[in-house]
Write a protein that binds this ligand. Structure first.
Ligand SMILES: Cc1cc2nc3c(=O)[nH]c(=O)nc-3n(C[C@H](O)[C@H](O)[C@H](O)COP(=O)(O)OP(=O)(O)OC[C@H]3O[C@@H](n4cnc5c(N)ncnc54)[C@H](O)[C@@H]3O)c2cc1C
Ligand code: SF4
Length: 473
């Protein structure tokens, strides 16, 4: 990576720009909001939540002042409930399904109520979940993102001796290193990880499986293994100039932002972000909030086809981001010295024929080349699948799209000792989906190792009923 440029706004202003967009409710606000809920029978909000948290139950407990019980109902179904309260796309999940959205044109603020209850126990350092009596069996969990943390939690509750292997220095996966800073800081996800640790789960941070410890060693050390390794680096643009200084992977830039050491974030004055998923939106909005003067989102299709959620798009518009629709980069232009980025050469595109999935291809418009001046180019074209990693795990297969193949009920892979879940299986969705898969995997591991079926809160609804509205990061 190249040397960094300085950020443009004074630190105090940046701190202001990164204030939470959905701040905590006051006690009075929470009580008012909880009392608006009509406690639906067979509540649609619970169905819409991929972890099927019993929403009316936790809201009712807030209304009656039982915050501990409320948090217990949340964490029982989703051990990363404090994170999800902040980062879930509630507009298309629980709040999107809330009957009050139709009746009163204003859904109950489920996300912020969930935050209210879970913040209470995190702030008080209370543990609402208990470890089970040791059952003499051991499981290795690879990756400490939402999938790994959740799987580890349920296994500890069943009495397993659990070790989490994490190549990064902090636990939490993308919850810690990827979420837009105005949605959530690292404090929340690392506190949730600490709660998992207090259940007796061991964390081996800075340990990369496949490099620092082999799969054979892992298999020998544990009765079962869960793979929650997520996805890889952002895909290449495969255009000339991609190696120039000033071209970055969006995840690298966002990770620097998450450290809150603003001076280390590699941004210039004019930033071009390639891609239009939620990660691209996170990159453009955060670049603006750091002070980049001109921030452009470059996408080869039109706004109707962008993978980002509508509300994320609205956020970017509010942040005065420029959108270059039907535009594809063909070259990163170098400065006079030949080393640094000076701009992005682009072509206009037009819609082509629909492909097998019904999505229209795009084709370049002849003679439409134009240059966009930029001193920073950020690639946000989606994370790659970790095909090579999985090729080295005996018996674990991936499908043609690079997703790990599992039994959808037990999350068991083709290798009976290995289970998998999260982004590496679903190709990249939301934290809450990864959490649900971690839960199902814990049940599957328990069934495989003991023959006993358990069912944790919110585990029953089959996966295909979930996540219908979800879009890609
Ligand atoms: C920029 C960005 C923003 C996002 N924003 C949102 C959002 O606002 N809301 C939302 O719900 N979702 C969001 N998502 C999606 C969400 O982050 C993922 O769906 C979720 O984190 C997937 O969880 P996971 O556990 O499968 O993988 P990850 O969170 O990626 O965790 C995988 C972990 O495995 C570790 N690992 C990988 N390989 C190894 C190895 N060999 N040895 C040891 N450890 C290893 C990694 O370091 C990582 O910690 C976002 C994603 C991105 C990229
Ligand atoms: S759908 Fe809305 S009103 Fe009904 S239980 Fe859920 S939050 Fe309450």
């Amino acid at each position: 990576m190249s040397t960094h440029q300085v950020t443009l706004l004074p630190d105090e202003e940046i701190e202001r720009n990164f204030r939470e967009i959905a701040p905590a409710l006051t006690d009075a606000e929470a009580l008012f909001e909880a009392n608006r809920c009509v406690y639906c029978y067979d509540a649609p909000c619970t169905h819409a939540c991929p972890t099927h948290i019993d929403v009316p139950s936790f809201i009712k407990k807030i209304a009656s002042g039982n915050l501990l019980g409320s948090a217990r109902a949340i964490f029982d179904a989703n051990p990363i409930g404090a994170t999800c309260a902040r980062v879930c796309p509630v507009e298309v999940l629980c709040e999107g399904a809330c009957v009050e959205k139709t009746l009163m044109h204003k859904p109950i603020e489920i996300g912020r109520l969930q935050r209210y209850a879970t913040d209470f126990v995190l702030a008080a350092g209370l543990d609402v979940l208990k470890a089970g009596a040791p059952n003499g069996k051991s499981v290795g969990v690879v990756g400490s993102g939402p999938a790994g943390l959740t799987c580890a939690t349920y296994l500890a509750r069943l009495g397993y001796d659990v070790t989490v292997y994490e190549r990064k220095q902090l636990p939490g996966g993308l919850d810690t290193y990827g979420m837009a800073e105005y949605k959530m800081t690292q404090r929340v996800s690392t506190e949730e990880a600490r709660a998992v640790e207090r259940l007796g789960v061991r964390f081996r941070l800075g340990v990369e499986v496949g490099r620092d410890i082999s799969f054979e060693e892992l298999e020998a050390a544990h009765d079962g293994v869960f793979l929650g390794v997520g996805l890889g680096e952002t895909g290449r643009l495969d255009i000339p100039g991609e190696e120039l200084e000033g071209v970055y992977d969006a995840l690298y830039v966002i990770e620097r932002i998450k450290s809150r050491r603003w001076e280390t974030v590699p941004l210039g004055r004019a930033v071009a972000v390639v891609g239009a998923g939620n990660t691209a939106i996170d990159a453009v909005t955060q670049a603006r909030r750091l002070g980049a003067e001109r921030v452009m989102l470059v996408y080869r299709r039109g706004p109707a086809e962008m993978p980002a959620y509508e509300y994320e798009y609205t956020l970017a518009k509010q942040d005065a981001v420029e959108f270059l629709w039907q535009t594809a980069p063909v070259e990163v232009i170098a400065d006079a010295g030949g080393k640094r980025v000076a701009g992005l050469r682009c072509v206009r595109t037009e819609p082509g024929e629909p492909d097998a999935s019904g999505r229209r291809s795009v084709r370049p418009v002849e003679g439409s080349e134009f240059d966009v001046p930029a001193d920073t180019v950020i690639k946000a074209t989606g994370q790659q699948k970790m095909r090579e990693f999985f090729a080295s795990v005996p018996g674990v297969g991936v499908d043609s799209a690079g997703h790990v193949q599992v039994d959808p009920e037990t999350m068991r892979t083709g290798n009976p000792k290995f289970f998998a879940g999260g982004d590496c299986v679903n190709g990249g969705r939301e934290a809450v989906d990864a959490s649900q898969m971690g839960k199902l995997a814990a049940q599957g591991i328990h069934l495989a190792l003991t023959g006993e079926r358990v069912e944790f809160a919110g585990a029953r609804v089959p996966l295909h009923e979930e996540t219908q509205n979800l879009k890609a990061h």
